[in-house]
Write a protein that binds this ligand. Structure first.
Ligand code: CA
Length: 734
């Protein structure tokens, strides 16, 4: 009897008559279910939260009968904690999982390979969500999706909020993995990716430079990319014969970059920048690239993030640098926007000295109030035919015809010329932008993250003493405001900021914080701080080195934060090296904004942004703004440091306007990408020292009075030639 049963079971396993569901209720049952699964079967994870669950899904399905790993109910199976999924085999399907509230214990969350020699073929990942599944330390590198193998598809999935280092999705092609991938990435929602503050913030990267001379045949189509801001590249194509088409890019501060590899096609995409700064289009490098029929509206990026950027290359370029553009076809694109730019010869310098060759720029429509064209190098190798521009066309001269181009919005939501004579110029009428409803999954909210916002929540009851203040800060949620009564508040323990909180005094200077601690405010992951109408006097602080009014926590952070000081009066930071704002390494301030505030007697720096010392290029503040700031007897006004030599970031950026600096130390900006110092008065001070490293530094120092203060000093670390800075209309008096 036993023997007969055994035979029956073996037969059933070898050739099950019908596809079975293999329910899995515990982690220990999973490997057995994977082993038992036959073509047509489905391994079904029970609804609930699965923590610390490393899954290996292997098998051999068939085209007609794939093996499926799926959620009992799509969206009700949450993979959390230190979990991951490796997939290897053929004709497998993964459906309906949600990864969140954790991070992979390896380098990859979902991997289409198992070790070096086993990978996925004909595997489909669908209706799967990865949401903020981030390492606690933003500097730790991982990938959410590591694609490898051939003929795999990722569709109708949702990826949002990757905040630590590493491209979100990568196509791996290093030996012995296949090169001719034939992958399809379609109908996915790529949600917000915050500014990373280093190279490695791409949303998709296809290959690496090493094997970039081979064709991947990867198709990225019909996806939505919303606010993918991580770094200059949204999609980094580093292989040949890839196609990026019919995608919708919404307010994303980056570009589709044909970084390495040849013969790629970028076609019929819709870019809507919403006039958001740094929103880019397509950047062309290498051979035989085609950029055709794209619609770009409201893109405000410049330099490497221009709407269309054609780069200069390096003669006989090493594989990891810039192969000169040859035989590119850029045709039938529409660029419409008040800030939009088309840049030729981008990045021209001593190394990138080879301009584009045999490149055609045809039937493009440029509708901008000013001249859309810029050229860093020669445009002699670009031929123009049938292009129409509404603004002046200085950089390309008479090659482009100039005329008024009235536009109307068509049924597809896009702008087209009303003049029938222009029917064949610009993006085709047939474009139909993919909608957010058509991508991702219906059961998971898109763009559900919260931007950092002050003053949008509750106003808590007014506090009147230090204990009440501490309780209110602990109780406040995102956007909440804690009002302070007039009076002195002696603070004896750091106030920990874990949400976006505003502390506001009744009127300028009437509520005064007296820190008797080395840290007054400590911003933890997810925190942000706005101070309004407060006075802070530091003379009660312990006399030790390196105190700070505001600093980030000791552990590295994933969430970006913001600090705002408005109508504040800071004085008496007399202990040695006492800073106002001191970000720790491993944190990134998206903005530090100081308005109408006075600093009198600070031994350290107002912004001490020098903690990231490594050569990777991390830095601690993206945008620092001083407006109507008065600094007197301040050790250092601001000290921003960004090392490294990649060109993937926009920051740090610094703006100082309408401010006075007296008897104070320097403004130190080392590696900043953008510096604006205008209409300030600096007296008996150390002045402004700017060091340019790589990228496109924009420095303008204009309309300032330097009295008994050195004139601005601009140093170029690499660039050969005169300093690239606008220093004008300043008054320098001995
Ligand atoms: Ca990059």
């Amino acid at each position: 009897m036993r023997r007969i049963t055994g035979v029956a079971l073996a037969l059933a396993m070898a050739a099950p008559a019908v596809a079975r569901d293999l329910p899995v209720h515990g982690k220990d049952d999973f490997p057995g279910a994977v082993r038992a699964a036959q073509p047509g079967d489905a391994i079904v994870l029970a609804d609930g939260v699965w923590r610390d669950f490393p899954m290996l899904f292997t098998g051999q399905g068939t085209e007609a009968k794939p093996i499926t790993l799926r959620a009992e109910t799509p969206g009700k199976v949450i993979i959390a904690g230190a979990s991951s999924l490796r997939i290897a085999g053929k004709w497998l399907v993964v459906r309906g999982l949600v990864f969140r509230d954790g991070a992979t214990p390896t380098d990859e969350v979902i991997s289409f390979r198992n070790g070096r020699n086993a990978w996925a073929e004909h595997v489909r990942l669908t209706e799967t969500v990865i949401d903020r599944y981030n390492q606690a330390d933003r500097r730790k590198e991982d990938h959410w999706i590591a694609l490898a193998g051939t003929d795999n598809r990722i569709d109708h999935s949702h990826f949002e909020g990757k905040a630590n280092n590493g491209a979100m999705m990568v196509v791996l092609r290093d030996k012995p993995l296949p090169l001719d991938n034939r992958l399809r990435i379609d109908h996915n929602y790529f949600g917000p990716r915050p500014v990373l503050g280093m190279n490695g913030g791409e949303t998709i990267r296809i290959g690496t430079s090493t094997e970039s001379q081979s064709d991947s045949h990867t198709i990225v189509e019909d996806n939505v990319f919303e606010e993918c801001d991580g770094e200059v590249e949204i999609i980094s194509v580093k292989s040949g014969a890839d196609i990026v088409r019919r995608n919708l890019f919404l307010r994303s501060q980056g570009s589709v970059v044909l970084r390495h590899g040849n013969g790629n096609l970028v076609e019929n995409n819709v870019f809507l920048g919403g006039d958001v700064a740094h929103t880019g289009g397509v950047r062309v490098i290498n051979l035989r690239q085609t950029v055709r029929g794209n619609y770009m509206e409201g893109l405000a990026g410049e330099d490497f993030r221009s709407a269309i950027t054609v780069m200069n290359g390096v003669p006989n370029s090493p594989i990891n640098r810039y192969v000169p553009v040859e035989d590119a076809l850029i045709e039938g694109n529409t660029v419409v926007g008040i800030h939009s730019v088309v840049l030729f010869g981008a990045g021209a310098d001593q190394e990138r000295s080879a301009p584009p060759r045999t490149t055609r720029f045809e039937r493009n429509l440029l509708v901008t109030p000013g001249d859309p064209f810029k050229a860093d190098g020669s445009t002699g190798g670009i031929s123009f035919a049938g292009d129409v521009a509404s603004g002046p066309v200085g950089a390309v001269g008479s090659a482009v015809s100039r005329r008024a181009v009235p536009m109307t919005r068509a049924g597809n939501g896009l702008l087209y010329p009303t003049d029938p004579a222009l029917a064949d110029v610009g993006a085709p009428r047939s474009l139909r932008p993919v909608t957010k409803a058509e991508v991702g999954v219906a059961w998971y909210a898109k763009n559900a993250g919260k931007p950092i916002a002050f003053g949008v929540g509750r106003t808590l009851p007014q506090v009147a003493d230090p204990a009440g203040l501490a309780r209110a800060v602990a109780a406040a949620g995102d956007g909440d405001t804690v009002p302070l009564k007039a009076g002195d508040y002696r603070i004896t323990a750091p106030l920990v900021i874990s949400h976006a909180i505003t502390l506001s005094g009744p009127s300028v200077g009437h509520a005064r914080l007296l820190p008797a601690v080395t840290t007054l405010f400590r911003i933890e992951n997810g925190g942000a701080l706005r101070l309004a109408r407060l006075a802070i006097n530091g003379t009660a602080a312990p006399v030790t080195m390196g105190s700070a009014l505001i600093r980030t926590g000791d552990t590295a952070q994933t969430a970006n934060y913001a600090v705002e000081l408005e109508d504040c009066a800071i004085s008496g930071l007399t202990a040695p090296a006492y800073d106002v704002i001191a970000p720790k390494a491993g944190s990134l301030a998206e903005t530090i904004t100081i308005r109408r505030s006075a600093f009198d007697g600070v031994t350290g720096a107002i912004v001490a942004g020098r903690e990231e010392m490594g050569s990777d290029g991390w830095y601690t503040a993206e945008q620092v703004t001083f407006d109507h700031v008065a600094a007197n007897h301040v050790g250092t006004i601001v000290d921003l440091l960004r090392r490294g030599n990649d060109e993937s970031t926009l920051g740090p950026r610094f703006t100082m306007t309408h401010s006075t600096v007296t008897d104070s130390g320097p403004v130190l900006l080392d590696g900043a990408q953008s510096v604006t110092i205008a209409s300030n008065a600096l007296t008996r001070s150390a002045g402004v020292r700017v060091t340019h490293t790589v990228g496109y530094p924009h420095t303008a120092i204009t309309g300032n009075a330097f009295t008994a203060t050195p004139a601005p000093a601009i140093r170029e670390a690499y660039w050969q030639g005169p300093a690239r800075a606008l220093v004008a209309d300043n008054q320098v008096t001995r």
